[in-house]
Design a binder for this molecule. Structure first.
Ligand code: SF4
Length: 145
């Protein structure tokens, strides 16, 4: 599932989606994109624009949507690629997974994937994938992320 209303500007979101869609086709993985306007995300995080509050709200906004869909479509559980990045607030991601899981009554799958981060970068580079230069939102584009 590709659900990233946090990404700014829209050209960056398209680049990431194109990369993800191409990979999922090659890998034979069913995928889908859910689109929510960036403005809605901005409204949600506006309660606290400083880190770590902004990022924690951002994780929760995204993961609750994943958990909701997992519940509706009767998946056994849900997880997130955020767990591979050493640059994310790992505990914040886990807290958001737990909250979303509790809210929608669907299990989450947790693994600390950070030790695979460098390998994942090498694989992406080897496959000539587009690689993001910043986390996603306008704040991280400006260096705060
Ligand atoms: S820096 Fe990343 S995690 Fe934090 S609010 Fe921006 S997009 Fe979300």
């Amino acid at each position: 599932m590709f659900f990233n209303p946090n990404i700014y500007p829209s050209e960056e979101e398209e680049k990431r989606w194109d990369t993800y869609e191409k990979w999922s086709k090659e890998a034979g993985v069913n995928t889908r994109r859910i689109f929510v306007p960036h403005q809605d995300w901005a409204q949600a995080v506006s309660i606290d624009l400083e880190k770590p509050g902004r990022c924690r709200t951002c994780y929760y906004v995204r993961l609750r949507q994943v958990a909701r869909l997992a519940k509706e479509e009767r998946y056994d559980g849900f997880s997130t690629t955020l767990l591979v990045s050493p640059y994310q607030d790992h505990q914040g991601v886990l807290d958001a997974m737990q909250e979303a899981s509790h809210e929608h009554g669907v299990p989450y799958v947790y693994r600390d994937l950070r030790r695979g981060y460098l390998r994942s970068r090498q694989m992406a580079r080897g496959s000539h994938m587009y690689m993001q230069k910043y986390c996603g939102c306008e704040f991280s584009l400006g260096g705060d992320g």
